[in-house]
Design a protein around this ligand. Structure first.
Ligand SMILES: Nc1nc2c(ncn2[C@@H]2O[C@H](COP(=O)(O)OP(=O)(O)O)[C@@H](O)[C@H]2O)c(=O)[nH]1
Ligand SMILES: [Mg+2]
Length: 259
């Protein structure tokens, strides 16, 4: 149970009892918990509470704000050290000359990741969540305003490294990307299914290290698809460059940029 966001309750009540196992696409946009109230005559009233209602409203506002600017936003989630910043540094270096990109960095403390991004020449804003374990839509809204984003741009949000809480918070993004490295072991998709279920794209990173670690790529694909049958999966090594073209193809396909 995470005390800052209270998301333990939400997870237990809501996603655990998701009646539709295929319910994944943008499933993070609505989080309702169901409760029962028993009347004296035996009838049961079902009470729906939108626990994350405030966040969802702000996320919708963000989506509208981005839409009005014909701008796209990606929410990069994953464990600490899975390679999110490394992939973003490379992306900014490779695409940043031709396209307007922005990065919003979320960490408990420090500006280390924003500084890494700025070295590529890309504008970056750092959010420090202190005791918080995830970014929420209000934080992203403030960062978007600070960036004064241009028409037709693309903003990458690097969420706080965490496979639990960020799954529940819609930021108003157009695409959620789970970054999962081969050094994390094969068990993560089955242990943290909500994160994999809430994303539309899984990027398996550090594939250059496969010969050195016990990681079964075929099993990983199978387990990711088990949690989310419709998710798209890419395999990337920023070190060797493997799979980067596929990643850029996805970005261009989902972007407002000219093809
Ligand atoms: N071998 C290898 N190491 C990588 C790759 N991508 C990231 N790393 C390393 O993994 C570590 C964590 O990366 P980082 O991007 O900071 O992870 P983050 O916490 O998800 O942002 C760093 O030491 C990176 O150099 C990769 O494709 N191959
Ligand atoms: Mg990082």
């Amino acid at each position: 149970m995470c005390e800052t966001c209270g998301c333990g309750d939400v997870t237990g009540q809501n996603l655990l009892h998701d009646p539709d196992p295929h319910h994944h696409h943008h499933s993070h946009h609505s989080h309702e918990s169901h409760d029962h109230e028993h009347l004296p005559d035996g009838r049961v009233i079902r009470i729906q509470k939108d626990i994350l209602g405030e966040n969802n409203k702000q996320a919708e506002w963000n989506r509208g704000f981005l839409e009005a600017k014909n701008s796209r936003c990606l929410n990069m989630v994953g464990s600490p050290g899975s390679g999110k910043t490394t992939l973003l540094e490379r992306t900014c270096t490779d695409l940043g000359k031709k396209r307007v990109l922005y990065v919003i960095e979320g960490d408990q403390q420090s500006s280390l990741d924003a500084e890494r991004i700025r070295k590529t020449g890309t504008q970056a804003v750092q959010i420090n969540t202190e005791y918080g374990c995830h970014l929420d839509a209000a934080m992203v809204s403030r960062a978007l305003k600070e960036l004064a984003i241009e028409e037709g741009s693309m903003t990458f949000v690097e969420n706080v490294g965490n496979l639990v809480c960020p799954a529940l918070f819609d930021l108003g993004e157009n695409l959620r990307v789970i970054v999962y490295s081969v050094t994390e072991g094969n068990d993560k998709p089955l242990k943290y299914p909500y994160m994999f279920r809430s994303a539309q794209l899984a990027v398996i990173t550090k594939t250059d290290l496969i010969p050195y670690v016990d990681f079964d790529l075929e099993q990983a694909r199978e387990d990711i698809r088990k949690t989310n049958p419709e998710i798209q999966i890419l395999e990337i090594s920023v070190k060797s460059g493997e799979g980067l073209k596929d990643w850029y193809d996805v970005l261009v396909a989902s972007s407002p940029f000219p093809k």
